[in-house]
Each structure stands twice: as C-alpha cells, then as structure tokens.
Design a binder for this molecule. Sequence first.
Ligand code: PMP
Length: 351
Amino acid sequence: MSKFWSPFVKDLVPYVPGEQPKLINLVKLNTNENPYGPSPKAIAAMQAELGDSLRLYPDPNGERLKCSVADFYGVQPSQVFVGNGSDEVLAHAFHGLFQHGKPLLFPDVTYSFYPVYCGLYGIDYETVRLDERFQIDVADYARPNGGIIFPNPNAPTGCVLALDAIERLLQANPDSVVLVDEAYIDFGGISAVALVDRYPNLLVTQTLSKSRSLAGLRVGLAIGHPDLIEALERIKNSFNSYPLDRIAIAGAAAAFEDRAYFEQTCRQVIASRESVTAAMEAMGFEVLPSAANFVFTRHPQHDAATLAADLREQGIIVRHFKQPRIEQYLRITIGAPEQNQALIGALKGIV
Ligand code: PMP
C-alpha cells in the first residue's frame, strides 16, 4: 500500500499464476506446459525474424497469423482476433462483451482468472455449481445473465462438454455472448469453432501455450462473428497497438501451419495421459475423465496437500488448490515419459 495508489488499485485481487521455480532438474508438472517443445518450423521462423527487421514495428493487425489460423479452421480472417496470450484475449472479451449490468455466469470450479477479470472490469458474476461428477449441466445456466464463460475442457477438472450441449446453451441465450475457453481443446475435445458461422453469440478462445507448446511466446486468439471480433479490436486498439511482436507473429503462424507436428505431439500427450491414468488408478487414485493435458485426481486415503508436499520433497511439483470442493484434489500435468515415470514411481513410494 502506498499513498500513490489509486483507490481502484487498493481493492484489486490479482490472479496468482502457478509457480515458475528457478531450480533446474525439477519434474515440473504444475502449469500444464507441453513436454515436447514447439514445432521446429516455428523455431526456424522465429530465428529468421531475429535481424534488422526488428527495428520496425510489427504489423499491428497480426494479419499473417490471422490468415494461418483462418486457414487451419476454414474461417475468414475477419473472424479471428489475436493477442498476447489467451489471458489478454479473455481480458478484452470481459471488458468489451460482458459489462451489461446482469451477472456473468461461470462454473463454481473453473479457471480462477475469471473472477479476477470481473474485479478488474467491475463485472457482476454468479457461479453455477458443477454437478457431483464435476460436469457442467447446461440446464443450470437457464437464468438471467450478461454472458456465460467456461473452459472446455474445464480447468482444473479436465472434463469436456459435448458440442450438442454447447449448442443448446447458445440457443437458450441468444442475447448473451457465450465464451468457450478452449485452452485445452486439442487434447481430446471437439472445437466449438465448427459452430461460429451459425451462432453470432459464440466466441471461442484458444492459446498456443498448450498444444502448440509456445507458453513462453505469449500468443492467444479468439474466433467468432466479425462483430464480436470488432469489439475485441476496439478494446485492443484503445490499449496496445502491438500486443504481438514480430517474433511472436512469425512463430505462431508457422506453428499453426505445421499441422503434422501438432497432431503428432498431441497424440503423444494423449497416450501418456491414458497410461498415467491407468497407473494412478491401479494405486487407488480416483482420476476424473480428462480431455486435457493434465489429470485431476484424489486418493481416498491420502490428504492432497500432504501428497503435494511429499512429491515436492522428491523434486516433483504438481498443483494443489486450497478451494472449496477441490481441496482434496491435485492437478497434475502430463509430462514427458520419463517425467511421468518419475511421478508414478514417487507416488508408489508414498501411497
Ligand atoms: N484459459 C485457461 C482455462 C487456462 O488454464 C489458461 C492457462 N493458465 C489460459 C486460459 C491462459 O493461457 P495463456 O494466457 O497462456 O494463453
């Protein structure tokens, strides 16, 4: 606190990201990064960008990247927005699409940045309880709202909502924006991008941080009706003309163009998730069905915080949330095969 702070800053409750430890040699399974590294073509494209051209500003519109994303999904570039990580894209959506005087709805167990953005932009919200199996029931969202947002698959549960349920939600809420945060969609879900041409109230966000292994580059995107995209552009152009630098635009576009590498590494993560799940279930863990690059799990006989601390002593970091309903769960990122083996070996020793 300082006398220089505006009253607004004093009342903010910021988001706390997962730890990025300085120690090396840790088995880092706490922030859902991809173990396989970015596409070699993306790295080559970024290296090619490192030169004299950096004295020039980047394209404020990120057109090259919008075209690569549009090609990948078979939509128009006017249906694509790009930003500095999907967190920034989400922030602009909250600011530009959810301030309607009626509460925004999202699940009670979900991405903990949503209430933070509500605080930042003065948006009223109500949480909607997930059912006993941690699934979203779209019938529970039949109430007055100024927008609806949820991750699909949900975080930190990993549970996926089927496209027909999303479609029912869109039909029941024609006057609200329904934002589907697809940060983890490529590890097992079906993207709602397939619905954007039919539903002008649908906005889908994605990130290159997970399935394209570029968390360090900070690139995210949104796909939806051009009117929704224009709202995001208006916010962006009132905030920062150049959220994506030249390296990010080049690397992200090349990553989207390398479909083969993307598909292959996603398949490897999914296969590892299935074997980690089986090994954990054999030890008595309950593992929620996951369509993401992490598992959400509890052991009926072992306290989650203690398990996390014991793993940490062995150099393995996982995520534990001190939060109602999920304080007995751990969220564990799927790592490289040797990391997953270290995890399973350590858990066997503990339980
Ligand atoms: N949405 C969800 C559900 C997430 O878990 C994350 C990662 N923390 C993000 C969005 C943001 O990812 P990024 O800003 O790296 O694109």
